[in-house]
Design a protein around this ligand. Structure first.
Ligand code: PLP
Length: 443
C-alpha cells in the first residue's frame, strides 16, 4: 500500500525510507505472476530485516520518525489534510509493517487497488457501514446475511437513524429495479440517501447466490455509482472461487477467520476495493482502531501462501462427500453449489463462480432432534460453528449461528430446523464419507 516512494513537498521534508524500496517483481518476460507466486514475498524485503526470509512480527505501539517534518507529513496523511493517506509508519492503531504486507497481498487476490485489515470480519463490516451512512440513509441489502451482519444493520444502525430495505438473494432484474426505486423513495422521505448496497453471496448458511451483475445494472439506473458502492461479503467463496470486483461489485469484504486464515486459529477481517471508497473506511478505522494486530497479520501472510492449495483440496473433498450424501435415504436435500437445481441460481453460478466451495447445507429428513443426533455422533468432523478451516466442521444454524434471527424470518430464508451446515476440510475424503455414513446411521 505504501510501496511507491513519496515525493517530499519541501526541502525540509525527506521521504520516509520505504518498507520495500526494491521494485516489486510482478512480471517475468511479460508474464504476470499469479497470486499464488506473489504470496511468497510480495511487499517484504528481507534486506530491511537482517536478511530474515520471513517478515518478523513488529511488536511496537509506535514508530520513530526520522524528522519532525516527516512526522507532520505523516499526520497530514492520517488526518486527511493531504490526500493519499499516510506515506510512512506512524502508530499501530493506524498501520504497521505486518498489516501493510498483509493488505498488499490481500488486494492481489481480488484485483483490488487497496485492502484494509481488521480485527474481525464483523469489525470490517461494522466500520464499512458506519463509514458509509448518516442519519436518514437507507442500506439496501440481500438476504440471508450472516446473523450478526443482519443484526448490525437492523438493530445497531437503526439506533443512528439508518434504515434498510432487503431483497431475497436470487431476486430477478425486475425485482432489483423495484427495490432500488423503493429505497430511493424511502431515503428521500427520510432526508437521506442510499449510500451502500450490501450483499452476501453465497449467503450464510443457505448458499443462496446474488446476481451481482443485475444489482449493478439496477444500482446504475437509480444511483450515482460514486456515491453508492456495492459491497459484497465473499467469505464463502473467496478469494479463489468468486471474484466479485469483476462482476460489478466495488468493495469485497471477508471474514479472514474462515478460508483465508484457514486453520481455525485466528479471527480477522478485510475490505478491499478502489482507493476512493477505501479512504473513508480507513479514516474511521484510524479513529476507532480495529486494525488486525501484528501477530494475526503475520499468521494471515503465512496462511495466504497455502490458501489456493487448501481451498482446492477442500473443494475436491466437498464434491466427493456431496456425491455420497446426495443418494443417502436419510438426506432430504443439499444446498451445495456443485448441485444446483434452481434455474436462476444455476445461471448466476455459471456467470459468477469459479468453483462450488466446500461449505454447504445438508437437509436431513426430520428436524432438530435428527440433526442433533447426527451432530452428536460425528467422530472425525467437529461440532463447531465457523467454516473454511483445515478440519471439517458441522453445526446447526437454526439453534446456533442464526438463533438470534426471528423464527419467521428464518423460515422465510430457508434456515429450517432440518438444516445442518457443513464446512469440509482437507482430511482424507473417504474418512469423511465413513464418518458421515456412521453418523447418519445413528439418526
Ligand atoms: N461473514 C460471514 C459470511 C460469516 O460467516 C462470518 C462469521 O461466521 C462473518 C462475516 C463474521 O466474521 P468474524 O467472525 O470474523 O467477525
Amino acid at each position: 500500500m505504501t510501496d511507491t516512494p513519496s515525493t517530499a513537498d519541501s526541502a525540509t521534508e525527506q521521504p520516509t525510507p520505504r518498507r520495500n524500496p526494491k521494485p516489486e517483481v510482478t512480471t517475468i518476460g511479460g508474464r504476470e505472476l499469479k497470486p499464488a507466486t506473489l504470496m511468497m514475498g510480495h511487499g517484504f524485503d528481507p534486506a530491511l530485516s537482517e536478511g530474515s526470509l520471513k517478515s518478523p512480527v513488529f511488536l511496537t505501539s509506535t514508530f520513530a520518525f526520522e524528522s519532525a517534518a516527516a512526522g507532520k507529513r505523516h499526520f497530514e496523511g492520517i488526518t486527511g489534510q493531504r490526500p493519499g493517506g499516510a506515506d510512512g509508519l506512524v502508530y499501530s492503531r493506524f498501520n504497521g509493517p505486518n498489516q501493510e504486507i498483509l493488505e498488499d497481498r490481500l488486494a492481489i487476490w481480488d484485483g483490488a487497488e487497496e485492502a484494509l485489515s481488521f480485527s474481525s470480519g464483523m469489525t470490517a463490516i461494522a466500520i464499512l457501514m458506519l463509514a458509509a451512512c448518516k442519519a436518514g440513509d437507507v442500506i439496501v441489502h440481500s438476504g440471508p446475511l450472516y446473523a450478526a451482519s443482519e443484526g448490525f444493520v437492523a438493530k445497531t444502525m437503526a439506533k443512528y437513524g439508518v434504515t434498510y430495505i432487503d431483497f431475497p438473494a436470487g431476486a430477478s432484474a425486475e425485482k432489483l429495479d423495484e427495490v432500488m426505486k423503493a429505497a430511493k423513495a424511502k431515503a428521500e422521505e427520510q432526508g437521506g440517501e442510499v449510500p451502500l448496497i450490501y450483499l452476501e453471496s453465497p449467503g450464510n448458511p443457505t448458499n443462496a447466490l446474488v446476481d451481482i451483475e443485475a444489482v449493478k445494472v439496477a444500482r446504475d439506473a437509480h444511483f450515482d455509482p460514486d456515491r453508492c458502492p456495492i459491497a459484497i461479503d465473499n467469505t464463502f467463496l473467496g478469494p479463489l472461487w468468486q471474484r466479485p470486483l469483476e462482476h460489478g461489485a466495488d468493495l469485497v469484504v471477508y471474514s479472514l477467520t474462515k478460508y483465508v486464515g484457514g486453520h481455525s486459529d485466528l479471527v480477522a477481517g478485510s475490505v478491499a476495493g478502489p482507493k476512493r471508497f477505501i479512504d473513508a473506511i480507513r479514516a474511521l478505522r484510524n479513529t476507532m482502531g480495529g486494525i488486525a494486530d501484528p501477530n494475526t497479520a503475520w499468521m494471515l501472510c503465512r496462511s495466504l501462501e497455502t490458501v489456493e492449495l487448501r481451498m482446492q483440496r477442500a473443494g475436491e473433498n466437498a464434491a466427493r462427500v456431496c456425491e455420497f450424501l446426495k443418494q443417502h435415504p436419510k438426506v432430504d436435500g443439499l444446498g451445495y453449489l456443485g448441485m444446483i437445481e434452481d434455474e436462476r441460481q444455476k445461471d448466476i453460478y455459471d456467470r459468477h463462480c469459479l468453483g462450488a466451495g466446500s461449505t454447504f447445507s445438508l437437509f436431513l429428513k426430520g428436524g432438530e432432534e435428527e440433526c442433533f443426533r447426527f451432530l452428536d455422533n460425528l467422530k472425525v468432523a467437529k461440532l463447531a460453528v465457523s467454516l473454511g478451516g483445515t478440519e471439517t466442521l458441522a453445526s446447526h444454524p437454526a439453534s446456533m449461528t442464526h438463533l438470534s434471527v426471528a423464527h419467521g424470518r428464518r423460515q422465510e430464508l430457508g434456515i429450517t430446523d432440518s438444516l445442518v451446515r457443513i464446512s469440509i476440510g482437507i482430511e482424507d475424503a473417504d474418512d469423511l464419507i465413513a464418518d458421515f455414513e456412521q453418523a447418519l446411521e445413528a439418526v
